[in-house]
Design a binder for this molecule. Structure first.
Ligand code: NAP
Length: 321
């Protein structure tokens, strides 16, 4: 497509939500491009095991991502490997600017930019990133074979990643700030049953300290008694939630206090023809299946929006004299 042409739909983000939007958009015959700066698949590609994608009891995250991408591309979905630098809503069409200076025009837009891991913001975290501090067990777990690691957090991510690390590491400690995990019961039961995992209840990290170029120990604080102590460890894996990737969300799109985009039941934002899906959107459950559901909803709503818009402008043009 030449830069002067107008797309029916631009999808930004190639996670499960964006790729599902791509599948539905292509099936609805929308002239669509999906823009993704990295590898299609999003965060799921980092997951060792996915066990809650209906119809598939067990599948690797990377494999599931590849299936999403090849499914979308089987309908001829155009995928552009670029970074979007800004989105400029217009009265008639919206503009998407890219890192190479190009800009694309579109009638409708789906924002599916996901998010990134929240940081602890304690001394030693940034300095030791890649030297013992990690936000991805599948990526870095290998380096901690037969070593001791501390996993921080009490949600699905922390427990899933701790279970993964327990297969490699000598010992896994989960440091959780409360006395109960937030994770699903199934994951809690697995953690309890794993002799290689010990939960440090009511515990937060106050500092990560290094020696000889790598993490050597953490400073811990009991959230009930205030007592402090230090513990030797080779690595720290942080899974304390998620921050929406809303840098390119244009002004005029409403967000909640945590930065998640607020939409209606069609996934439409406060701006007509602009939709938000997946982890970027304010919602109750952030799952692969709910991201995919959002992608479907947004693409169908976008198809209706684009068709209505085109029909209205066609009516204007062909009015009999
Ligand atoms: P999450 O559910 O928000 O859990 C974050 C955990 O980190 C909570 O236990 C929280 O403690 C703790 N925490 C937050 N800030 C902290 C801080 N500053 N210091 C110490 N601890 C802190 O995040 P998540 O586990 O990344 O999951 C995000 C979403 O993805 C959830 O909806 C989850 O269900 C979903 N997910 C699903 C799967 C799956 O189904 N297989 C896998 C991964 C993620 P509190 O409990 O005290 O708040």
């Amino acid at each position: 497509m030449t830069p002067k042409q107008i797309y029916d739909l631009i999808i930004i983000g190639g996670g499960p939500g964006g790729l599902t939007a791509g599948i539905y958009a292509m099936r609805a015959a929308l002239n669509t491009v999906l823009i993704e700066k990295g590898v299609p698949g999003g965060q799921v590609t980092m997951s060792d095991e996915v066990e809650n994608w209906p119809g598939t009891v067990h599948i690797g995250g990377a494999e599931l991502s590849m299936q999403f991408a090849s499914h979308a591309q089987s309908y001829g979905l155009e995928v552009l490997a670029r970074e979007v630098t800004s989105v400029e809503p217009g009265l008639d069409v919206h503009t998407v600017r890219l890192d190479n200076g190009d800009s694309l025009k579109t009638h409708a837009l789906v924002l599916g930019t996901g998010g990134y891991p929240r940081k602890l913001a304690i001394p030693g975290e940034d300095d030791n990133y890649g030297k013992g501090v990690s936000y991805c067990a599948v990526c870095d777990g290998f380096f901690f074979r037969n070593k001791t690691v501390v996993v921080v957090g009490g949600g699905d991510s922390a427990t899933e990643e701790a279970l993964y690390l327990a297969k490699l590491a000598k010992k896994v400690f989960i440091a959780h700030r409360r006395d109960a995990l937030r994770a699903s019961m199934l994951l809690q039961q697995r953690v309890k049953a794993d002799c290689n995992i010990e939960v440090l209840w009511n515990t937060v990290l106050t500092a990560i300290e290094a020696e000889d170029g790598g993490v050597a120990r953490v400073q811990l604080k009991d959230t009930v008694t205030g007592q402090q102590r230090e513990m030797p460890t080779d690595g720290v894996f942080v899974f304390i939630g998620f921050v929406p990737n809303n840098g390119i969300v244009p002004a005029g799109v409403k967000r909640n206090t945590e930065g998640y985009v607020i939409t209606d039941r069609r996934c439409q934002t406060a701006i007509d023809g602009i939709y938000a899906i997946g982890d970027l959107r304010e919602k109750y459950a952030r799952q692969i299946v709910t991201a995919a559901a959002d992608g479907c909803t947004a693409a169908l709503a976008a198809a209706h929006y684009v068709e209505t818009k085109k029909a209205a402008s066609a009516d204007t043009c062909v009015l009999p004299e």
